[in-house]
Design a protein around this ligand. Structure first.
Ligand code: 4AD
Ligand code: MG
Length: 479
């Protein structure tokens, strides 16, 4: 039986023809003369209304058409009598694929809390909110590939299993086939990884950047888009243990070029979502408005979701140095009134409360902070002439904080090796990385965008665990 996705059916609306729809029942409403069923198949936020006359369907069939059941309806598509939809399907034939016992099916046609739905990650894509998020997520991923393809970048697949710690932060998940209870030991009692699968200690990657640099210094402009793993034990609304990162890396780009690219890139993909996900974003905009109403007046955000997205794509990001940002923060009201949880002075790593003050209170715009102290940044960043700062850039977004982290890379072999010694990385372990500086080194730069943080921003959701189908976080790996 051929059938049309509901999204196409509603768009083309072939009135007075016989059509078949297949999907999951959202609601069933019975009146004296008729029964109305709202059916959704995930192709769109919208449902199609299917109508049967009272008494038309056998009682046992009607009983199986309950919220969550999977069914097919065949019938004429006609202009709808009721308000709320332009067309409806007059049921002539019903197939029940899979009933859903209403006593046991956990999703009911009412508002469930996001916490409750997190426990039901296997079923939550059937709700309006999560199906909308997943469609927006898809559109953003597509826009990412389109952007880079249109701009002469090559998609480079960097390894997921790696023997190096790209960020040097030691937050890695080990990959091993050694016996967990009785691993082979070396003479001095340490685990003998030379007997492990790869003959050395390996982990899941925290970033594809180091291999990305190899690609850029051969292909010119590359990007990665893949899963990334961090074993940081941070139970926040912005951290996942498994997330997707997009890392472009460009030969001959300096910090300013990198900033320009990052701004154009995020604006372009957000614009794509606005153009291609109008229904879903309108739904999410409305959802957020309802949620805001439950908050105290002073905590309500001034802008709706769509306003915020339009605002970001139509305003230039503020660019300033870390040093200037510290000046602003030190002289800010919350600093003077000791309202920041973490004290701020030159040299400290900015906490999300500081980033959000700059973006949400002070500038009220996305901000690109540059030239951070070298001590708080990774070893590969290019050192500034003052010897104190590096050519780093973080893009900070309202409600999110850091959405992008990047830098110009140190292309001077001697400085790079000296820095590795300072932070305790054995240069020999990264001999292949250093070979790019040894042979045909070039100025280059790149950045990493946390894909879920982008999806968080575009959907207006408050918790990163709600914008990835199956979140991985401390003590969370059920599905
Ligand atoms: O700032 P980060 O650590 O930078 C890097 O990994 C560089 N190698 C990127 C590069 O220059 N190629 O991470 C980049 C971004 C962050 O700005 C944030 O958006 C996201 O990755 N991110 C996370 N997202 C979700 N959960 C986590 N635990 C994240 N850690 C970083
Ligand atoms: Mg960072």
């Amino acid at each position: 039986m051929s059938y049309l996705p509901i999204q196409q059916l509603l768009k083309t609306a072939p009135i007075n023809t016989q059509v078949t729809v297949k999907g999951w029942v959202r609601t069933k409403r019975e009146s004296k003369n008729a029964v109305f069923i709202a059916l959704n198949d995930g192709s769109t936020i919208n449902t199609i209304q299917a109508v049967a006359e009272a008494g038309q369907l056998p009682e046992e069939t009607l009983k199986l058409i309950t919220t969550g059941a999977c069914v097919a309806f065949t019938g004429q598509l006609v202009p709808s009598q009721g308000s709320g939809q332009a067309v409806e399907l007059k049921i002539e034939d019903v197939t029940i694929y899979g009933p859903a016992d209403p006593e046991k099916y956990p999703l009911q046609p009412k508002r469930h809390s996001l916490e409750f739905l997190r426990e039901l990650a296997h079923l939550r894509p059937r709700t309006n909110t999560f199906s909308a998020i997943l469609r927006v997520r898809h559109a953003l991923a597509f826009a990412v590939h389109q952007y880079f393809n249109d701009n002469g970048f090559y998609y480079l697949n960097t390894p997921i299993i790696t023997a190096s710690d790209a960020e040097g932060a030691g937050e890695m998940f080990r990959v091993t086939t050694l016996d967990a209870v009785k691993p082979p030991l070396t003479e001095d009692g340490k685990v003998d990884y030379s007997q492990d699968f790869f003959g050395k200690e390996t982990n899941l990657t925290v970033s594809g950047q180091l291999e990305g640099e190899l690609g850029a210094l051969a292909l010119g402009k590359i990007y990665t888009f893949g899963p990334t793993f961090r074993a940081e034990n941070s139970n926040t609304t912005r951290h996942l243990a498994e997330f997707w990162m997009i890392e472009p890396e460009m030969a001959f780009f300096e910090l300013e070029d990198n900033m320009r690219l990052a701004e154009d890139f995020v604006k372009t993909v957000i614009r794509y979502a606005l153009q291609h996900c109008a229904d879903d974003l309108a739904f999410l905009d409305n959802r957020l408005k309802e949620e805001e109403k439950t908050k105290k007046k002073e905590e309500q955000s001034e802008m709706g979701l769509l306003d915020k997205l339009h605002f970001v794509i139509s305003n230039e990001f503020v660019k300033l140095t870390y040093t200037d940002a510290i000046d602003i923060l030190v002289n800010s009201k919350p600093a003077k009134k000791k309202q920041f949880q973490y004290e701020v002075s030159w040299g400290v790593d900015l906490q999300s409360e500081h980033e959000r003050y700059l973006v949400e209170k002070h500038f009220k715009k996305p901000v690109i902070l540059t030239n951070y102290p070298r001590e708080i940044k990774a070893f590969y960043m290019k050192q500034d002439a003052d010897g104190k700062t590096v050519r780093a850039m973080d893009v900070l977004f309202p409600g999110i904080g850091e959405i992008i982290g990047g830098s110009q890379r140190e292309d001077d072999m001697d400085k790079l090796v000296a820095r590795m010694h300072e932070v305790g990385i054995e240069p020999e372990t990264l001999w292949w990385y250093l070979d790019t500086r040894r042979f045909g080194s070039a100025p280059h730069a790149g950045f990493g965008l946390g894909f879920e943080r982008l999806v968080l921003f575009v959907t207006g959701m408050g918790n990163i665990r709600d914008v990835i189908p199956f979140p991985r976080a401390p003590k969370t790996a059920e599905f």
